[in-house]
Design a protein around this ligand. Structure first.
Ligand code: APR
Ligand code: PHB
Length: 391
């Protein structure tokens, strides 16, 4: 089998890249370890920056997003019985964010790629990547129990944190930076209308809670839990009781409904440098992970792919490797800004049981400052909608 660009992984990064390259007349094959059903069911975050909405529109994959996406103009910061609404448009020159589940983006992109006859193979795990330091790389994968070889010109490693691509970069070239946070998120989907207009990020002495949503009938809520927490210890009543306590505000009530989905996600900050080597280019979670507090994971993945799509286009259309050579540095500047913001939001809003009293006092002082200072709220808003560099 042969293609121009081999794409490993059919998450949002791999699927969008396949679409953007197809639109430029560049051939791709997408190899995905899991089944289509699994990819379309996996629940993930769902907060989209304007740039993410724009690139999905440019890819012609935003019809349902434009119909069903919920535009949000700010967030609530809630703690100590108070609620501060931070408005985005007035603080960021008119910018907003859109709530639309990552699961829905994946479904939309798969449907479009399949309708266009893309070579998108599910249940086809990649086992190894070869020759990325030469000009004829190849990918080995397994399909129907048989090993196959895909010859290509470029490889896009869009296979997530646990994929195989990152390890193909020689160990003496690759550097990784990591922080594992001492908590996890228990996330639920509940069949009940959201109890809020904009998302609520809540700090409490019992830990962090987030009230998000998927539609006018479906709420998405999260609770900070211990990293080793077990879902078996979290019956519905305990989840709702904890959400009620942590989100409590005088005069406000949390509406409850049947829980249709639940999962626990560990929280990690991680960056791999460089994001490319020879003919291999990493994008999305394969190269970097952020804790979900800043809602940046999906947006970073989409931004990588936008840059990579342009760079690959430049290579095929104009024979220039400039964009490909700059890819890693271009992405890493945005990645590290988002890493810091996500780490900052996480440490601001979570209860760290291991923190010294001095740190805990500093955290409370910082929370009070962010909810009071116009400059601090401007900065939070600027980062939340997606920071764009001046040059
Ligand atoms: N061969 C083929 N596919 C693989 C392999 C392999 N060896 N290993 C992993 N994969 C697949 C996974 O099954 C998954 O479907 O790669 C895909 C990676 O998709 P995602 O994990 O969704 O990663 P990405 O596309 O980078 O999207 C990043 O995911 O975790 C969230 O917050 C994050 O929203 C962000 C998004
Ligand atoms: C979500 O809706 O899933 C969501 C929103 C904001 C976050 C994280 C998750 O920071």
């Amino acid at each position: 089998m042969r293609t121009q660009v081999a794409i490993i992984g059919a998450g949002p990064a791999g699927l969008l890249l396949s679409q953007l390259l197809h639109d430029r007349g560049i051939d791709t094959v997408v190899l995905e370890a899991r089944g289509r059903d699994y990819c379309e069911r996996r629940q993930r975050a769902g907060m989209l920056e304007q740039a993410t909405v724009d690139v999905l529109r440019a890819a012609g994959a935003a019809d349902r997003l434009d119909r069903e996406g919920l535009v949000h103009h700010g967030i609530h910061l809630r703690f100590a019985g108070t609620d501060r609404h931070i408005d985005f448009p007035s603080r960021t020159g008119g910018r907003s964010v859109t709530v639309y589940g990552q699961t829905e983006i994946v479904k939309d992109l798969i449907a479009k790629r399949v309708a266009e006859g893309a070579r998108l193979y599910f249940d086809a795990p990649v086992t190894s990547i070869e020759g990325i330091d030469g000009d004829a790389p190849r990918v080995r994968f397994v399909r129907d129990g048989v090993e196959e070889v895909l010859d290509c010109e470029l490889i896009a490693g869009c296979d997530g944190f646990h994929g195989v691509s990152r390890a193909a970069i020689p160990a003496d070239v690759l550097r990784t930076y990591e922080r594992v946070h001492p908590f996890a998120w228990l996330g639920i989907l509940a069949e009940v209308a959201p109890s809020t207009d904009d998302l609520i990020y809540a700090y409490s002495e019992r830990g962090f809670a987030l009230h998000s949503m998927r539609s006018s009938e479906v709420s998405r809520l999260y609770l900070q839990v211990a990293p080793d927490a077990d879902l078996a210890d979290w019956p519905d009543e305990r989840i709702w009781a904890e959400l009620r306590e942590r989100l409590a505000l005088p005069g406000w009530t949390l509406d409850e409904g049947p829980i249709s989905e639940r999962s626990i996600t560990p929280m990690r900050s991680f960056v791999a440098e460089p994001m490319s080597f020879g003919r291999l280019f990493l994008a999305g979670d394969a190269a970097h992970i952020v804790p979900p507090t800043g809602a940046k994971g999906l947006n970073l993945a989409m931004a990588d792919v936008r840059v990579l799509g342009d760079a690959v286009g430049e290579w095929y259309e104009r024979g220039s490797r400039g964009g490909l050579d700059a890819y890693s540095d271009t992405c890493l500047r945005r990645v590290w800004r988002a890493e810091h913001f996500s780490y900052w939001m996480t440490t601001l809003l979570h209860l760290d049981p291991g923190a010294a009293e001095f740190e805990q006092r500093c955290q409370l002082a910082q929370l009070a400052y962010v909810a009071d200072s116009e400059a601090a709220m401007d900065s939070l808003a600027e980062n939340y909608v997606g920071y764009t560099w001046a040059d």
